[in-house]
Design a protein around this ligand. Structure first.
Ligand SMILES: Nc1ncnc2c1ncn2[C@@H]1O[C@H](COP(=O)(O)OP(=O)(O)OP(=O)(O)O)[C@@H](O)[C@H]1O
Ligand SMILES: [Mg+2]
Length: 266
């Protein structure tokens, strides 16, 4: 049985007169690598902002389960272990804490702090979350630098490294807190083919290690890494495809995705 991390019910988002999400009900499951595809303007980023507490629904509800696979407990809450939290009614402070401690974020542009080295950027996310000791932060930083192959670039500023190195540092920064879920909005949108492949390999590895991921992408290669693909059209989920967890490049898998996407004239 899949366990929900998020349960969204009748999610509506309006920007002024425009309805961007038209009453979506869906769950995100623990351990899944969920991908959202759809044409530009269909509401993909908006949906990600709603789940991740970066913005609020106009109507509907999102429940969030705090249970961490690692058994970690958040420092700032005293909720019982099995209770789901209604993030629709959470205070700004609660949402800020969740984003810092329980969720990881990667975007098309890295948003690294330009005056800090890659290593300092990664460590800072550990400091901000407030629940990691200095030693935990340094140990995890060292581990991630190794995993992301950033040994050579770690002491350089973001402007002094390649796009791929910067994005790998952004992924490291996003996962240093052992988040409950990683939200990634077009993380490979600004990368060339080789760097895209590297970042996708990282996401695949993190997923295989147990990390839940929600990825928004236009890129088929990126979508292939997921095990559950959703298609969004004008603020409604119009299709869902289940795939086995990604293991290697696989023609059969590519055909399956391609023929599913054809149904949406992709
Ligand atoms: N803050 C805002 N104010 C007004 N309209 C907005 C706002 N943010 C998004 N929109 C509109 O909502 C719609 C959905 O936007 P969203 O960014 O979710 O699309 P998307 O599917 O992520 O597109 P893309 O693939 O281009 O990133 C678009 O028509 C967009 O113009
Ligand atoms: Mg978008």
């Amino acid at each position: 049985m899949k366990e929900a991390i998020f349960r969204g019910t009748d999610m509506v988002k309006n920007y002024g007169e425009t309805t961007v999400l038209q009453g979506i009900s869906m769950e995100l499951y623990r351990g899944d690598f969920t991908v959202i595809m759809g044409s530009s303007g269909s509401g993909k980023s908006t949906l990600l902002y709603m789940f991740s507490g970066m913005d609020r629904l106009s109507r509907g509800q999102i429940l969030y389960s705090e249970k961490f696979p690692s058994g970690k407990r958040l420092s700032h809450t005293r909720r019982s272990f099995d209770e789901m939290m209604d993030i629709t009614n959470a205070s700004e402070k609660e949402l800020t804490n969740l984003r810092a401690e329980a969720f990881g974020f990667v975007f098309q542009h890295t948003h690294l702090v330009s005056s800090l080295t890659l290593e300092e950027n990664i460590r800072m996310a550990g400091l901000i979350c407030g629940s990691m000791s200095e030693k935990e932060i340094q140990d995890k930083t060292n581990l991630l630098i190794c995993q992301m192959r950033l040994e050579k670039a770690k002491n350089r500023l973001p402007v002094q490294v390649s796009g791929g190195e910067a994005q790998r540092a952004a992924v490291a920064r996003a996962v240093i807190t052992n988040p409950n879920i990683l939200f990634a909005d077009e993380p490979t949108g600004a990368l060339n083919k080789a760097n895209t492949e590297e970042v996708l390999n990282l996401l695949t590895t993190l997923h295989a290690e147990g990390l839940s991921i929600l990825l928004v992408t236009h890129d088929r290669e990126a979508a292939l890494r997921g095990n559950r693909i959703l298609y969004l059209e004008d603020g409604i989920i119009v299709g869902e495809l289940e795939l086995s967890p990604y293991q290697r490049k696989d023609l059969e898998r590519e055909r399956k995705l391609a023929s599913w996407l054809e149904g949406f004239h992709w």
